[in-house]
Design a protein around this ligand. Structure first.
Ligand SMILES: Nc1nc2c(c(=O)[nH]1)N[C@H]1C(S)=C(S)[C@@H](COP(=O)(O)O)O[C@H]1N2
Ligand SMILES: [Mo]
Length: 337
């Protein structure tokens, strides 16, 4: 799909939105007694000491305290290669809120993420139900900068905050019969216009579902994310919790998850159900396996707004995360796309 450059009017609208968020933060600070601060940036450290504010839509993490994981995850690209935050949070795919890239940011702002309930069950000894606060407290959070490659051949570089999916699964003590992990997004047609209308929602059968093989889910690269750019996920990026498997195409990274179920058979996945010849269960990034309608050999790295802020680069097998290769030693990657 082609990238449309933003019209000037749209860009202005966005700037206004950003500004209103800024003013919100300022008034929050004031409410908490941090009055008279000259600018927002130097005050972040002070804000962080308050941990987070339950009334705040946008929780700011104590990034200094987050554990930065070993260099293998963050080695390349370097920090300056990150896609700007305002781009990563305004160019989205979240069909529950519409199929155009600008729909999620426009239509998801009132999406309720607190309270939230995430249930982990199925073939496990100890099922778990997590509430909103548990998502941030159950496991230590880390920041990881991951490359993100959409099947549509664009890519970004995003600093996520989250914890390893495998660590959460381990807490539930999976039975040996568990071979796959199935995920579902919230089903709430009242809040999600795309779930009310097949036209708005792009013909997907909701709830959106995804799945991984259990060994993929246990791989340390597989992250459940609760934040990005040092803050909680905005609704358009899948708040309050979404999957990130950086060696797979973006559609695997299911948003706003309410259910994780350990199962014994390959679970259905939304895009495979819609077009099995185009979107497989594995969806590993692979420059040698073309999509039936376009090549996957190269990608447009989105570094800013508009067509001049995109760089065409070669796509790498597994999106460059070669540490996952052993998972697929016995798999024909051409057939299992
Ligand atoms: N529930 C849900 N999850 C979803 C999608 C969606 O439409 N609904 N889109 C997927 C696709 S195709 C991509 S590329 C990524 C986009 O994530 P982003 O908007 O944070 O960049 O989310 C994935 N997760
Ligand atoms: Mo995607």
């Amino acid at each position: 799909m082609l990238i449309k450059s933003k019209q000037a009017s749209q860009a202005r609208e966005q700037d206004v939105t950003d500004e209103s968020i800024y003013h919100n933060r300022r008034s929050l600070l004031k409410n908490l007694g941090y009055v008279g601060l000259g600018s927002l940036a130097p005050s972040l450290g002070t804000m962080a000491k308050a941990d987070w504010f339950s009334s705040d839509k946008e929780k700011i993490f104590e990034t200094q305290k987050l554990q930065y994981v070993s260099s293998t995850y963050n080695k390349s690209p370097v920090v300056s290669d990150k896609t700007p935050e305002d781009v990563a949070t305004s160019y989205n795919n979240f069909f529950e809120f519409g199929t155009s890239k600008s729909d999620p940011k426009e239509k998801a702002q009132d999406f309720t993420v607190d309270p939230w309930s995430l249930r982990i069950d199925g073939l496990v000894e100890e099922p778990l139900t997590l509430g909103y606060d548990d998502l941030f407290k159950l496991l230590p959070l880390e920041e990881r900068i991951y490359r993100f490659r959409c099947v549509e051949a664009w890519s970004m570089v995003i600093p996520w905050i989250g914890f390893e999916l495998g660590k959460l699964i381990a807490l539930t003590k999976p039975l040996s019969k568990a071979k796959y992990v199935a995920f579902s997004t919230l089903y709430d047609p009242e809040q999600m216009p795309g779930q009310r209308s097949r036209f708005v929602g792009g013909g997907v059968d909701y709830p959106y579902v995804e799945g991984l093989r259990i060994d993929e889910a246990m791989h340390p690269l597989a992250l459940l994310t609760v934040g990005m750019y040092g803050k909680t996920l905005p609704p358009q990026n899948g708040a309050p919790i979404r999957l990130m498997t950086p060696w797979k195409y973006g559609f695997k990274s299911i948003k706003s998850i309410v259910h994780i179920k350990l199962v014994d058979k390959e679970p259905p996945t939304s895009w495979k159900r819609l077009a099995a010849n185009e979107y497989g269960f594995y969806a590993n990034v692979n420059p040698e396996v073309a999509h039936p309608r376009w090549s996957q050999a190269r990608e447009r790295r989105i570094m800013g707004k508009g067509v001049f802020n995109q760089e065409r680069i070669d796509t790498q097998l597994f999106n460059g995360y070669s540490e996952v290769a052993p998972l697929y030693n016995d798999l024909d990657l051409q057939k299992n796309y």
